[in-house]
Design a protein around this ligand. Sequence first.
Ligand code: F3S
Length: 68
Amino acid sequence: MEEEEMRKPWVDQDACIGCGLCVNNVPEVFRLADHDKAEVYDAGGAYEDTIQQEAIDICPVSCIQWLD
Ligand code: F3S
């Protein structure tokens, strides 16, 4: 049940500038891929509030979104 309700973050890698803020703040969820763009490798690695406040809200190009 909980897993079904869990939202998953997604990084628009075309827009990501590789600043690394999301990776530094929430390393349990985000990592830098080979081409220096962030990617989600464990969507369930942190609470939604943490992902929202420590990654989505502070990404300078607003390229992290929730998948519905
Ligand atoms: Fe990229 Fe934004 Fe993270 S620019 S590295 S997705 S904070």
